[in-house]
Design a protein around this ligand. Structure first.
Ligand code: ADP
Ligand code: MG
Length: 403
C-alpha cells in the first residue's frame, strides 16, 4: 500500500491528558528564503505551521521545534542559522520563543524541560548542523527524540526525505502524528489520487519532462484529461515529428514521449498554438505548433490553447496543476500560466476542487495574488511530486496509522 491509501493519526487524535504539560517535538519546514541582511523574505511556510503550534499550546503542551534551513554539511555554518527565523517567529506568535544555538544534547534536553506556560516554545538550531541528520543516523534520531514526549510531523515539504528529524525520530518517540498542515496536504493530494470528484483533469508543465515522467505515468490512468504545457510540450512535439526550433527539448526523452502519446490517446492534450521568439528578450509572436520557426524557441502556450485549457478547467470538478505553462518569470511569457491560474480560481468559485503543487507553480499563483482562490496550494514542491508519483513518503510512513 502507498501512503496515499493509509490514513495517518493526526494531532486531533491526541487526548488532552496526552498533551497537558507534555513536550511536543514538532518537525516543521522553516526552510524559508532569507535576504542578505538575514530577514525572512517569504514566511508562507512558517505561517502554514502556526495552526499546529497554536493547537498544541492551547491544549497545554510545550512546543519544541525542529527544522532544517538550506544545505549546511552536518556542522554549524552561521549563514544557515535559524536565528533569523526565531526572530521572525517572535513576530508571528504572542508567546515567548526561546532559541537555542547549541548542538549539545544535554543542554538542549535541559532547555526543553525548562519550558513553562509562560515560556512554552523552544526552537532548536538547524537540524542539518547535527552530523548524521541527512544519513538518518539512528543515534542522532534517538537524541532528537529526547527533546519531546511525543512527536508531531508538520513538515510535508521534507517528508520525502528519510532524515533523522523526519523519519528516524519517529522510531524512538510515540505517539508520532501528523500536524494540521501535513494532514491537509495528505487529504487533498490523497483524495485527488484516490477518489477525485470527476471530471478530474491534471495540468502539467514546467521545464523538464525528465523530472515529471513518473507523474505523467502515474496520473494518466487516473485522470479524465491531461493537459500539457511548458517546455516539456516541446519534447512531445518532437515525438510527433514537428519542428521545435531552438526550444528546450530533451532528446533522450523523445522515445518515451512517443510511447506516452500512443498510450494516452485522446486523454492527453498538447498545445495547438505557442508563443515563440528568437530569444527571451526579443519580440514574440504566436504560431501554430506545426509552424515553429527553425531559429526560434517556444516560451509559452498560445492564446487559443490557453482558452481551450480554461474551458477544460471550467468543466472539471477536480483540477490538479503542477508546472508553469511557460517562462512565467518574464512577460509576456507569463500569459499562459496566468490564464490557467485565473481559470482555476474561477473553477474554485464554482465549487471545483483546485490543487496547485510545485514550487514554481505555487510562486506563480502567489505572484498573481490568486493563492487564496485555490482550494489548496501545496507547500511541498519535491514532496508533492513524489506523492503524486505514488511513492511512499518516508516521513509520512513513519507516523502512527489512524485508529
Ligand atoms: P514546478 O516548480 O512548479 O514543479 P518546474 O520547476 O518543473 O515547475 O518548472 C518551472 C520552470 O519551467 C520555470 O522556471 C519556467 O521558466 C520554466 N519553463 C516553463 N516553460 C518553459 C519553456 N517553454 N521554455 C523554457 N523554460 C520553461
Ligand atoms: Mg521548480
Amino acid at each position: 500500500m502507498t501512503t496515499a491509501t493509509v490514513r495517518k493519526a493526526s494531532v486531533r487524535q491526541l487526548t488532552d491528558a496526552q498533551l497537558r504539560g507534555a513536550r511536543a517535538l514538532v518537525r516543521v519546514d522553516f526552510n524559508v528564503p532569507l535576504d542578505d541582511r538575514g530577514h525572512v523574505m517569504d514566511d508562507t511556510r512558517m505561517r502554514a505551521a502556526l495552526p499546529t503550534i497554536e493547537y498544541l499550546l492551547s491544549h497545554g503542551a510545550r512546543v519544541v521545534l525542529l527544522s532544517h534551513l538550506g544545505r549546511p554539511k552536518g556542522r554549524p555554518e552561521p549563514q544557515y542559522s535559524l536565528g533569523p527565523v526565531a526572530k521572525h517567529l517572535r513576530e508571528l506568535l504572542p508567546q515567548k520563543v526561546v532559541f537555542s544555538d547549541s548542538v549539545d544534547f544535554p543542554t538542549l534536553v535541559k532547555a526543553s524541560k525548562a519550558l513553562t506556560d509562560a515560556s512554552p516554545i523552544l526552537l532548536v538550531e538547524n537540524t542539518r548542523f547535527f552530523p548524521g541528520e541527512e544519513k538518518n543516523d539512528d543515534a542522532l534520531a534517538g537524541e532528537f527524540a529526547q527533546l519531546g514526549d511525543l512527536f508531531v510531523n508538520d513538515a510535508f515539504g521534507a517528508a520525502h526525505r528519510a532524515h533523522a528529524s523526519t523519519e528516524g525520530v519517529a522510531k524512538h518517540l510515540r505517539p508520532a502524528v501528523a500536524g494540521f498542515l501535513m494532514e491537509r496536504e495528505l487529504d487533498y493530494l490523497g483524495r485527488a489520487l484516490n477518489d477525485p470528484p470527476r471530471p478530474f483533469i491534471a495540468i502539467l508543465g514546467g521545464a523538464k519532462i525528465s523530472g515529471k515522467i513518473d507523474v505523467i505515468e502515474a496520473m494518466l490512468p487516473k485522470v479524465d484529461g491531461l493537459l500539457i504545457g511548458g517546455a516539456m510540450a516541446s519534447t512531445f512535439f518532437r515525438a510527433m515529428g514537428l519542428e521545435t526550433g531552438t526550444s528546450l527539448v530533451e532528446p533522450d526523452r523523445i522515445a518515451m514521449a512517443k510511447q506516452l502519446l500512443d498510450r494516452a490517446g485522446a486523454r492527453l492534450t498538447l498545445p495547438h498554438d505557442v508563443a515563440v521568439a528568437p530569444s527571451l528578450d526579443a519580440p514574440s509572436h504566436v504560431v501554430k505548433r506545426d509552424a515553429i520557426p527553425k531559429n526560434e524557441a517556444v516560451y509559452d502556450i498560445g492564446p487559443a490553447t490557453a482558452a481551450s485549457f480554461a474551458r477544460a478547467i471550467n468543466t472539471a470538478k477536480t483540477v490538479l496543476w503542477n508546472g508553469p505553462m511557460g517562462v512565467f518569470e518574464k512577460a509576456p511569457f507569463d500569459s499562459g500560466t496566468l490564464a490557467v491560474a485565473e481559470a482555476m480560481a474561477k473553477a474554485t468559485d464554482h465549487r471545483a476542487t483546485t490543487i496547485v503543487g510545485g514550487g514554481d507553480s505555487a510562486a506563480a499563483v502567489m505572484q498573481a495574488g490568486l493563492d487564496e482562490h485555490m482550494t489548496h496550494v501545496s507547500t511541498g514542491g519535491g514532496a508533492s511530486l513524489e506523492y503524486l508519483e505514488g511513492k511512499v513518503l518516508p516521513g509520512v510512513a513513519a507516523l502512527d496509522d489512524a485508529a
